[in-house]
Design a protein around this ligand. Structure first.
Ligand code: ZN
Length: 381
């Protein structure tokens, strides 16, 4: 049913087009041509202008052949992480990797190719299917920004699949919510050799805060990280400012808020009560903690219709599709927040976000088969 040669050619075609976040112009134009050729009505939204990128999200609509069947959302993202200046795929049978100077970009082109192949098969073979709404996003790797700027009010689908996770024949039904934590610590600068007692070291205050902070894996649902620290001007100046940026994620909202409060409290406590008096004037240290929700959790019930559909589709192929949680977010988090019942289907990408990334085309083909079966079952429900 699946055309393996077509899957291979299309994957190599798309993988060779570099598409870092905000630089998805070339791949979007290529995909627009492909989708139009497949008979879709394609629109490009204004998300690109909002994020300073080359193109917006692609929104393609395919008419179904079962009037009245519930429309279905399919989605994947066009951007990749780096390094991805030039991508030179190395083909070893069904395994595609790179020359290890770049990522492969199977994250998420494996998802895009599986979706395109599934739609072609549904139409060529006149397999019963509903209208299909396909959203190919920009800037997923840059904080899900494309999906966040996509107007889901344009969608008629109430359920669907995002294809954007490693593994195959697995369905992500739970993914964490995340808070971004940005901290500015203000001290007071002074000459480090002549009058250090007239300064307040923001670096030392940051160090006090971070020492003893709970970071890393906190439990099987919760993680925390400080990823950026910037501050200071020269080794002979007591530093008056440090900026620290980090995050915490959890499948549990209570745990997310507890860890966020812990991080905030550590910074505020480290600055509290620190002061110097210079020339009769009191200078107090300050910690300003800014917390922003990056995305909300994905939490699809085991008895949700989307889970039942994909399980039934897998069973038809003689497979079992297990559901699992992940510590990474995807556009599914955003669609779920907007009230669409959506889960994230594994699509064959492996060792993602590394130059060792690879894809087994048999996994991409199996994913396409699962999507075909899911759409057919969706049309009969
Ligand atoms: Zn991805």
């Amino acid at each position: 049913m699946i055309d393996a040669a077509r899957v291979k050619d299309e994957f190599l075609d798309l993988a060779c087009i570099a598409s870092l976040s905000r630089r998805e112009g070339a791949i979007a134009r290529r995909l627009e041509t492909i989708l139009t050729g497949m008979g879709a009505v394609v629109e490009v939204d204004d998300a690109g202008e909002r994020v300073g990128g080359e193109t917006g999200n692609l929104f393609a609509r395919f008419s179904g052949n079962r009037p009245g069947a519930a429309p279905f959302l399919l989605s994947a993202h066009m951007d990749t992480v780096g390094p991805a200046g030039a991508i030179r795929p190395v083909v070893e049978g069904d395994i595609i990797r790179t020359d290890r100077t770049s990522v492969l970009g199977g994250d998420d082109k494996a998802g895009i190719v599986a979706i395109l192949e599934a739609i072609r098969v549904l139409r060529e073979r006149a397999i019963p299917h509903s209208d299909i709404e396909l959203v190919l996003t920009i800037c997923e790797e840059a904080g899900l920004q494309g999906a966040k700027h996509f107007d889901t009010g344009h969608l008629r689908s109430r359920r669907g699949l995002v294809l954007d996770v490693d593994g195959v024949c697995e369905l992500i039904t739970r993914a964490p919510a995340a808070n971004h934590v940005s901290v500015t610590i203000r001290g007071l600068s002074a000459h480090a050799g002549i009058c250090p007692e007239q300064g307040l070291s923001a670096i030392q205050i940051a160090a006090d805060a971070i020492t003893g902070m709970r970071l890393g894996r906190l439990d099987d649902e919760t993680t925390a990280n400080l990823g950026v620290i910037q501050g200071g001007l020269a080794s002979n100046i007591v530093p008056d400012a440090v900026v620290v940026r980090g995050e915490t994620r959890s499948l549990s909202l209570d745990k997310l808020e507890a860890q966020t409060a812990h991080m905030r409290e550590r910074f505020e406590a480290a600055a509290a009560g620190r002061f110097v008096v210079v020339g009769g004037r009191v200078h107090r240290a300050e910690a300003t903690v800014d917390v922003r929700r990056q995305y909300d959790a994905l939490d699809v019930r085991e008895d949700a219709s989307i889970v039942q559909l994909v399980r039934a589709a897998a069973a038809e192929r003689g497979r079992t599709c297990r559901t699992r949680a992940t510590g990474g977010a995807s556009d599914a988090n955003v669609f779920a927040t907007r009230g669409i019942e959506v889960a994230n289907l594994g699509c064959g990408m492996r060792e993602i976000h590394t130059v060792n990334e690879w894809v087994d085309l048999k996994d991409v083909a199996l994913t396409a088969e699962l999507v075909v079966a899911t759409l057919r079952l969706n049309a009969s429900h």
